[in-house]
Design a protein around this ligand. Sequence first.
Ligand SMILES: Cc1cc2nc3c(=O)[nH]c(=O)nc-3n(C[C@H](O)[C@H](O)[C@H](O)COP(=O)(O)OP(=O)(O)OC[C@H]3O[C@@H](n4cnc5c(N)ncnc54)[C@H](O)[C@@H]3O)c2cc1C
Length: 405
Amino acid sequence: MSDASYDVVVVGGGPAGAMSARYAAMGGAQTLLIEEHRAAGSPVQCTGLVSSKTLDVCEITPGPWVYQEVTGAHIFAPDGSSISIGGEKVRAYVVDRKMFDRHLMGEAASAGVEVMIGTKAVGLGGINDKKVLEVISDGRKMRITAGVVIGADGVQGSIARWSGLGQVQKVLSGVQIETVYDVEDTDHVEVFVGSEVPGFFAWVVPVSDNAARIGLCVDPARTQSSAYEHLMQFMTSNPRMKERSANGCSDMLVGCIPLGPQVCTVADGVLITGDAAGQVKPTSGGGVYMGALCAKIAGEVVAKAALSGDTSAGALMEYDRQWREAVGRELAVGMRIHKVFGRLGDEDFNELIRFFGEPDVLELINAHGDIDHPSILLGKLLAKAKGKKLLGMFRVALKAMVGRE
Ligand SMILES: Cc1cc2nc3c(=O)[nH]c(=O)nc-3n(C[C@H](O)[C@H](O)[C@H](O)COP(=O)(O)OP(=O)(O)OC[C@H]3O[C@@H](n4cnc5c(N)ncnc54)[C@H](O)[C@@H]3O)c2cc1C
């Protein structure tokens, strides 16, 4: 016996959960969203840097949850040299992620989604052509029947596993502190590459003129040390950190970033979206844009499937097809960039930053750089690199990045 029944049940109240639920409800499906924590967006596991396109995809305008507008980035090579990219245009926002998530949840509720917080999915089964979710809500066990279950339960989620959809290709480890920092430009983020951050990069994202979120991610396959140990090393040895940051911090978070989606993201009566499906940009680790974009597709497809009565994997494959058509190539190119960058040494990075700093290359970056779609710029960089005296490795690397190896 089930305690409640819905067309669609979304597990997870992050951006992907809120967007998929909102679109399912807008499509006419009776939709429930469950979130295990007692507050949406909590605990925060994010720097809160979202592109302006993210807000467009989420169909929201900047609100009081925006701390800073970002127009560019200072990128630092291992030898300490740097380039500045960007321009006048606002390309991204530094947001309060907790408030951002709550805003998205509010939009979902306004669209007709029923929200149950403090409710954790603990099992998934099936009866006839329906899914049955076992949940614990405020200490009480319940069974909820659904035409379709959307797994928007993040990188540690269970829905993919319970449905036999397997795992993402790779998981990076991240850590971040919020601390006093003498910010040079409040509208620029800082990025640090090199062997001190194996397999990824470190960042400084301003929250005011004297405070910043400083963090890094590492690829566990490329280091024996934890992300935390790398951050402590970075804070004490990087000259810019020594000069501009203070000891101690007001906040610390750790988290994981999934890269590389599963081969298939649907099963009978189930689909997965957002971090749960590895829909994260492998170049930046940002998942809010891709997750929200794919989640919208998920919501639209499940509403149609649930209302038509055909919730088979075959019917839900429409979601898998559509999201791969929208961002599949971008994710594949991003994975290639990620792999190539993981192979570069400090000297390679120094030379790459020098190349990026050449006036005509910089002009190209400023004109075509798009943090959500780096493949557009890469194609142009490859053409530009043809006439340059670059290390052979870069030629190979750039070609590999755009898939012309
Ligand atoms: C250190 C770090 C920094 C980052 N910085 C950025 C950034 O600046 N910009 C950016 O775009 N991305 C960033 N990301 C990535 C971003 O946080 C994620 O991509 C994004 O949150 C994914 O959204 P989601 O809705 O898929 O999953 P989540 O936001 O993880 O939401 C999943 C939700 O599901 C809930 N849940 C899980 N299991 C269950 C269950 N069994 N029952 C009920 N509820 C459940 C969880 O409580 C959670 O609320 C960062 C990640 C890390 C680790």
